[in-house]
Design a protein around this ligand. Structure first.
Ligand code: ZN
Length: 264
């Protein structure tokens, strides 16, 4: 059984964000932001009557090997208290407008748990989340444009995450993410997306950090219907299986002072 925590920002779907979640914002910007959030929530409800992450959770819960816990940023301790993080094998992370709200201390706890062995599956706009940037050491910057036709090419069909996935998947509408994508060179680049605008994007990438595995996957814009797509669901499911820990690092108190090995 893989213990999966689906962490979802939830702000856009809720349609409102309390003032204290965006402390750096002036009143005028906050008023515009609040308006945007309301209109976004309406759009998301049309595309995902069961919610963006609710839809994904429902799909993943058909996999009997996954034990899923859903949480979000408005829960106590930003939805990820130590007790939950410590019993998470794979953390799936979807975030967007409140990336900066996550305290550095929480982001670093996630980094350390990945280094110990936890799997991490950042989705879509989580390319600018603190855990993603701190784990990879790059800005995660990219180009973007809303709503374009997208063809997701399976560039590495031999990879476990690509099993059962066709040569390409066509998505009538997805947010365009384009290169250059500021990430370290991936261990494997499993999917590459092409957009009608002509852009290309490394949309499915893996890395390891310490004992942990990371799989970033791009489709999943909140107003595009792609979490209803069975191939997208299957890729995320297989990403969870692939990042699930094989070995946990136990002795992680460092620096360690040690005696010299016995002399020969
Ligand atoms: Zn998006």
């Amino acid at each position: 059984m893989i213990r999966v925590t689906l962490w979802y920002e939830y702000a856009q779907e809720l349609g409102e964000v309390r003032r204290e979640f965006v402390p750096g914002m002036d009143d005028e910007t906050y008023a515009g932001f609040a308006e945007f959030m309301k209109s976004r929530a309406e759009k998301i409800r049309q595309v995902y009557p069961k919610g963006l992450m609710g839809t994904l959770a429902e799909a993943l819960s058909k996999d009997p090997e996954l034990e899923i816990t859903m949480t979000n940023i408005f829960e106590p301790e930003y939805g990820l208290p130590d007790e939950l993080l410590e019993k998470t094998d794979v953390l799936v992370w979807w975030s967007h407008v409140l990336q900066e709200t996550i305290p550095d201390s929480l982001a670093m706890k996630i980094v350390q748990r990945v280094q110990k062995g936890m799997g991490f599956v950042p989705l879509h706009s989580a390319h600018k989340s603190k855990p993603f940037m701190y784990l990879l050491g790059t800005s995660g910057c990219l180009k973007w444009r809303e709503d374009d036709f997208c063809r997701v090419w399976t560039a590495m069909p031999s990879h476990p995450i690509a099993q059962g996935i066709p040569e390409y998947i066509e998505l009538e509408e997805e947010e365009m993410y384009g290169e250059p994508f500021d990430i370290p060179r991936p261990d494997d680049n499993i999917f590459i997306s092409w957009y009608r605008g002509g852009e290309l994007f490394r949309s499915g990438c893996t890395w390891t950090r310490g004992y942990g595995r990371i799989f970033y996957f791009q489709p999943g814009h909140e107003t595009s219907p792609n979490y209803h797509n069975e191939y997208i669901q299957k890729i995320i499911d297989q990403g969870i299986h692939w990042t699930a820990p094989r070995v946990w690092r136990k002795d992680f108190d460092c620096p360690n002072i040690v005696d010299a090995p016995e002399k020969r």
